[in-house]
Design a protein around this ligand. Sequence first.
Ligand SMILES: [Zn+2]
Length: 102
Amino acid sequence: MVTRWAVDDLDRLLAGLRLGLTGDTPPRPPRTLRAERPTCGARTRQGRPCRAKAVPGKRRCRLHGGLATGPRTPEGRARIAAAQRARWQAWRAAQGPHPRRG
Ligand SMILES: [Zn+2]
């Protein structure tokens, strides 16, 4: 199926892209009922999963990163990518040798 973009949608998309580039508040997703939002589930200081509802359009509550906008600058993105690579490398090392590759 071919998706047809209304001029309206395109305008809003471009506005959203501009906002993303300038670091302004990203456009909000449409309202969702509280019951439809997922539970945050982040680990609390008590070691139990957080029971709060996630920020609309996100997977975590406002106290556990739901309001975070993520890395904005190229340097910030590169820093996150490097940290994730290091973290996965450490995880793989902790798994021991590959079960089939020996
Ligand atoms: Zn939470």
